[in-house]
Ligand binder design. Structure first.
Ligand code: PEP
Ligand code: MN
Length: 356
């Protein structure tokens, strides 16, 4: 896949800002004029049709909002972006000269809808941002990107907006950073944006999520901004004023993607050699552990004992987590690691048992 940047590359990350929804002409105009005056915003966003999880909430102003946005574009000279979910949305967006389209999370999840939009864009030269689906399904996210690519588009970027979860969390949508990192591994050329507004669901979390994204080499941010956030018709809690956005952006540190000084590179290389050696030792230990596990499997086979011994697993987990925590490792990491190890042991023992 040969992908191109969404807008002309500059040295700093690309900032997309604007209200969750266009509500009134005044609200959109004032918010966007204030944003343009900051000088740090590259693209203006606004939701025209809102895909609400449940009916009865504000579903967007529709076509009239596109007229307002066109006026905003003329006044600010900034490119605009809106969410499209159907071929009709695409047709209207093009009619009113929207510069960049984005596909929302609930749309990315549905290949029929994505294909409808991609087909409507055949032969059209416009950048598209693809938000991740609500579930942590990398294939579905990539599939949507591939559909646009197959339609002839090359300016395609991905927007990480977090993932739904039934578990309690400080986040509205859990970041699960490993998923966008895996996407970047599959598609190294793709520009990756972070949407800290929808990940956090709360304006107080935006700065820290955005900083984390920068540490992970994200190429830009999409941040919901409203002249009067508390009075917003959608996503009020997570929107910030243009002034607050300015403050957030000014506090963010943008790390370098690579080193320019060869001496510093040497220091880093030495540290990495250490890591490599430790990883090799860990792998060897893991293999030894699996060997013992297989022997236990043979013993269980001989004695017709089930593989899973709940009590043993329970006490092993408790004791290792306790020791690990004492050594300064986090409980979350220890549990993940031990569960993966245990599952792998079970698989090995199952293999032993299924061999006659
Ligand atoms: C939005 O950007 O306002 C939006 C609806 O986001 P998402 O598709 O990520 O839920
Ligand atoms: Mn929103």
């Amino acid at each position: 896949m040969k992908l191109l940047p969404i807008i002309k590359k500059k040295n700093s990350p690309t900032i997309i800002a604007g209200p969750c929804s266009a509500e009134t002409k005044e609200q959109l105009y004032q918010t966007c004029m204030q944003l343009a005056a900051l000088g740090t915003v590259d693209i203006l966003r606004a939701g025209i049709w809102k895909p609400r999880t449940r009916p009865g909430h504000f579903e967007g102003v529709g076509e009239i909002g596109l007229q307002w946005l066109q006026e905003v574009k003329q006044a600010t000279h900034l490119p605009t972006t809106i969410e499209v979910a159907t071929a009709k949305h695409v047709e209207l967006a093009l009619k009113y000269e929207v510069d960049i389209l984005w596909v929302g999370s609930r749309t990315t999840t549905n290949p029929f809808s994505v294909q409808e939009i991609a087909s409507a864009l055949k032969g059209v030269d416009i950048p598209v941002l693809v938000k991740n689906p609500p579930s942590p399904d990398l294939g579905l996210w990539m599939g949507a990107i591939e559909r646009f690519y197959k339609s002839g588009l090359q300016q395609i970027a991905a927007v990480h907006r977090g993932f739904s979860s039934h578990q309690k969390s400080i986040y509205r949508n859990k970041p699960l950073w490993e998923i966008p990192i895996a996407l970047k591994k599959e598609l190294p050329q793709i520009e990756l944006f972070c949407d800290p507004s929808h990940i956090g669901g709360n304006r107080d979390l935006i700065a820290s999520i955005a900083q984390y994204a920068y540490e992970l080499n994200f190429d830009g941010l999409m941040i919901e901004t409203h002249q009067q956030p508390d009075a917003a018709w959608s996503d009020a809690q997570q929107q910030v004023t243009p002034e607050q956005l300015d403050h957030i952006l000014s506090e963010l540190k943008v790390p370098l993607k690579e080193l320019s000084n060869p001496n510093e590179q040497r220091t880093l290389d030495l540290l990495r050699e250490n890591i490599n050696k430790i990883d090799d030792a860990l792998l060897e230990l893991l293999v030894s552990r699996m060997e013992v596990s297989k022997e236990i499997g043979l013993f269980k086979q001989k004695n017709n004992l089930s593989i899973l011994q709940q009590q043993r697993w329970g006490s092993l987990l408790d004791s290792r987590v306790k020791t690990g925590k004492h050594l300064g490792l986090s409980e979350r990491f220890l549990k993940k690691y031990l569960e993966a190890l245990h599952q792998e042991s079970i698989k090995h023992q199952h293999k032993v048992l299924s061999k006659k």
